[in-house]
Ligand binder design. Structure first.
Ligand code: MUC
Ligand code: MG
Length: 376
C-alpha cells in the first residue's frame, strides 16, 4: 500500500459566538486539512487548527499548507503509511520545526494506516486507556453575567464542570475580579482555571495570581510570554496554584527544559504544537516523568481535529486537568458526517476505523479557500 497523493486545503468555518483571547478574537476559525490517498484509493484525513493567523503562534494556515506541499509531501509519495513513525523520522531530518505541518500529515497517515487495517487509530498508538475524558469549556464572552449564566446552564445539562477563563485581554485587575465573581457564583460545583495567553509581566502576574490563588482558582495557564522562562520558574516556586506551560511547551526539547528547570509544573498537550501524535506521547512521557499534571489541550479544532486529539489523549494515562476538546461545540458547522459525542461532563473517544470520522466532502469544498480538484 503506497501513498499516491497528499492534498491540503485551508478552511474558514464560522463559530457560534466570538471567542476572545489575549491576542485575537475568533469569529471564524481557520483549519488546515490533509487528505492522503493510497494506490487503492483509500483516504486518510486529519486536521490542525490555528488561531488568529500569526497572532497566536508561528503556525499560520498558509505556511502549513505551503510547507507540506513543497517540503514534506515529496518524503511521503510512494511510502507505506503503516511506517508513519519511520517516515516522520525521515521528514524530521530534512524539515526543521514546522510542527503543525508535521502533525497534520502524520495524522492523515495514521488515519489511512488504521483504516487499511480496519482498526481505530488509537490501536496504532498503544491502545486506549480511556473511553471518555473530562471536558472543560472556555468562558470567553468577556461578560461576567453571561459567563455565569453559560456555566450554570452547562452544569445543569451535565456538559462541563471545569471552566477556563481567558483573561489576557483588558485590565488584569478587572479580569481577576471577573474570575472571582464567577468562582463565587459557581461555588464548589465547578473547577475554574484561567488562561492568560502570555499577556502579563511578572509584576502583574505576582499580584493577580496571589488574588486568584486566594479566590480558589485551580490552575493558571501561560501567565508570562513564551520567552520568560525564568519568570515562569519564579511563579512556580512562589505559588501553590499549578502554573501551566502552554505556548512555551512545543517541541519535546522545550518540554524537557520546562520539566527540568520547573518553568511551570504542568503542561497543556496539543498534537499540533508538538509535531504529531507520536511526539505528543513523548511530551506527555517527559512531563509525567517530572511529576507534572497534564491537560489535553486544543487549538479549537472542528470534529475531525478533535477526533485526532482525542485518539491520542485516550492512550495517555492521566489528565489531572482534564481536556478542553470542546471545539466542535463552538463551530457553526462540521466537515464530517458524524459528530463527536459528549456525555456526562466528558468527551467520548470516537470509535470506528482511523479517527472514526466520516468526511463530508461537500462541506470540505464549501468552506475551502481553494478546493483541491483531486478530492472531488
Ligand atoms: C489556548 O491557549 O489554550 C484553547 C482553548 C481556548 O479557549 O483557546 C485555546 C488556546
Ligand atoms: Mg492556552
Amino acid at each position: 500500500m503506497k501513498i499516491r497523493s497528499v492534498d491540503m486545503c485551508i478552511l474558514d468555518i464560522p463559530i457560534v459566538r466570538p471567542h476572545q483571547l489575549a491576542m485575537h478574537t475568533i469569529t471564524e476559525q481557520s483549519i488546515v486539512v490533509a487528505c492522503i490517498t493510497n494506490d487503492e484509493g483509500l483516504e486518510g484525513w486529519a486536521e490542525v487548527a490555528t488561531i488568529g493567523g500569526a497572532s497566536y503562534g508561528e503556525g499560520t494556515p498558509e505556511a502549513i499548507k505551503a510547507n507540506v506541499d513543497t517540503y514534506i509531501t515529496p518524503h511521503l509519495i510512494g511510502k507505506d503509511p503503516i511506517y508513519f513513525s519511520k517516515i516522520m523520522f525521515e521528514v524530521s531530518k530534512s524539515v526543521r520545526g514546522n510542527q503543525f505541518a508535521k502533525a497534520v500529515v502524520e495524522g492523515a497517515m495514521i488515519d489511512l494506516a488504521a483504516k487499511s487495517k480496519n482498526v481505530p487509530a488509537y490501536e496504532l498508538l498503544g491502545g486506549k486507556i480511556h473511553d471518555s475524558l473530562p471536558l472543560a469549556w472556555t468562558l470567553a464572552s468577556g461578560d461576567t453575567e453571561k459567563d455565569i449564566e453559560e456555566a450554570k446552564e452547562f452544569l445543569r445539562i451535565k456538559r462541563h464542570k471545569i471552566f477556563k477563563l481567558k483573561i489576557g485581554k483588558g485590565d488584569p485587575y478587572k479580569n481577576v475580579d471577573h474570575v472571582l465573581k464567577i468562582i463565587s457564583a459557581l461555588g464548589d460545583q465547578a473547577r475554574v482555571t484561567v488562561d492568560v495567553n502570555q499577556a502579563w509581566n511578572e509584576k502583574t502576574a505576582n499580584y493577580c495570581i496571589e488574588a486568584l490563588q486566594e479566590g480558589g482558582v485551580a490552575m493558571v495557564e501561560q501567565p508570562l510570554p513564551t520567552w520568560d522562562f525564568e519568570g515562569m520558574a519564579r511563579l512556580t516556586e512562589r505559588f501553590k496554584v499549578p502554573i501551566m506551560a502552554d505556548e512555551s511547551a512545543n517541541s519535546v526539547h522545550e518540554v524537557y527544559q520546562i520539566a527540568k528547570h520547573r518553568f511551570g509544573n504542568s503542561i497543556a498537550l496539543k498534537p499540533c504544537k508538538h509535531g504529531g501524535l507520536l511526539e505528543t506521547k513523548k511530551a506527555a512521557a517527559i512531563a509525567e516523568g517530572a511529576g507534572f499534571g497534564l491537560y489535553g489541550g486544543t487549538m479549537i479544532e472542528s470534529s475531525l481535529g478533535t477526533a485526532v486529539c482525542a485518539s491520542v489523549y485516550a492512550t495517555i494515562s492521566e489528565f489531572e486537568f482534564g481536556t478542553e476538546l470542546f471545539g466542535p461545540m463552538l463551530f457553526k458547522d462540521k466537515i464530517t458526517v458524524n459528530d463527536i459525542q459528549f456525555e456526562n461532563f466528558e468527551i467520548v473517544i470516537p470509535e470506528g476505523p482511523g479517527f472514526g470520522m466520516v468526511i463530508d466532502k461537500e462541506k470540505v469544498k464549501h468552506y475551502s479557500r481553494e478546493y483541491s480538484h483531486s478530492l472531488t
